[in-house]
Design a protein around this ligand. Structure first.
Ligand code: RIB
Ligand code: CA
Length: 310
């Protein structure tokens, strides 16, 4: 199979870093570009974190561009309490001194999609501010997006930012609404599956000791997750989104209409998944706009991560 052409949009954080390492070392993917957006931490930290991870993965040639520094409407609520103020949980780790591409993330996306020989899959691991900007700025290029695999929201697992909102949606619900109403095919990779892809303690040790150029950073990231979440078996978070892009048959999905709640007192940022089946009670249901992940073959995804990076 030829490698799948992809773009990655991220707010590099710890689990975005895991996802970037996997994508950068996977022969099944061809990363055409990486775009950065404020989310877990400020854009000023996301960009050097992203460059640092790609340096460690020996992939300095991948273009990286900065996008939006704040959500569309409300100020940024970051997740530095989860990822550390530096975003990688490694404040003393030397950051790349490389500069990002001079173009804005939205314009780099447009250039890459225009030049691509086939539609491109976008792996969205962050608040959807950049993607919303792209939808609004380049509507004529939407057909050049094969699919957005969006780590965001949840169908039946509630939220992590609030009781109802998962962080990538809750951080910028207006942007998520723009993307979910764009007509672009979307896979909703939500908390329902996000939390299931974990490594064993032995796999962590094997990855840390693998002797590859990225092994010290990878080990540091995984050890941080173990400490921060008190997990001997750390979750891969965004890393699972990439394994699902490489092995789509590891996901079980169903097509539903997904609405983004923008105004609920307790539910702003919720992905409201209309799971009514085609019956009398769904006669007014809107047509589906997303393939919602219900289940994942988590062990197969974890094994792919280990085999690729050991
Ligand atoms: O809710 C988890 C998601 O929000 C992950 O993508 C994490 O990196 C943060 O962006
Ligand atoms: Ca992320």
């Amino acid at each position: 199979m030829p490698p799948l052409p992809i773009l990655i949009d991220c707010d590099t954080g710890v689990d975005d870093a895991l996802a970037l390492l996997l994508a950068a070392r996977s022969p099944a993917l061809k990363i055409l570009g990486v775009t950065c957006v404020a989310g877990n931490v400020s854009l000023d930290a996301v960009v050097p974190n992203t460059l640092t991870v790609l340096d460690a993965a020996q992939r300095p040639e991948i273009p990286v561009a900065a996008g939006y520094a704040s959500p569309l409407v409300h100020p940024l609520t970051d997740a530095s309490h989860v990822h550390g103020n530096d975003g990688l949980g490694l404040p003393d780790w030397p950051r790349s001194t490389r500069q990002p591409n001079a173009r804005h993330a939205v314009d780099l996306m447009a250039e890459i999609l225009t030049a691509a020989s086939e539609p491109v899959t976008i792996i969205a691991l962050a608040p959807l501010t950049n993607l919303a900007g792209f939808v609004q700025r380049y509507p004529e290029l939407l057909p050049r997006i094969a699919r957005i695999i969006s780590m965001g929201g949840s169908a039946f697992s509630g939220g992590n930012m609030t009781a109802a909102a998962e962080f990538n949606i809750g951080c910028d619900p207006e942007a998520a609404a723009v993307v979910y109403n764009s007509g672009v095919p979307i896979t909703l990779y939500g908390l329902d599956v996000f939390r299931q892809v974990t490594l064993t303690a032995a796999e962590v040790a094997a990855l840390e000791a693998a002797g590859k150029p990225w092994s010290p950073l990878l080990g540091g990231l995984l050890r941080y997750v173990q400490r921060r979440f008190h997990q001997t078996e750390p979750g891969l978070g965004d890393g699972g989104t990439v394994t699902a892009a490489i092995l789509p048959d590891t996901l079980t999905t169903r097509a539903h209409r997904v609405h983004i709640e923008l105004s609920g007192t307790h539910t702003r940022g919720m992905t409201v998944v209309d799971r009514r089946v085609a019956s009398q009670d769904a006669r007014h249901a809107a047509p589906p706009n997303a393939d919602v992940a219900y289940a994942i073959d988590a062990r197969r995804c974890a094994q792919l991560f280990v085999e690729t990076l050991r």
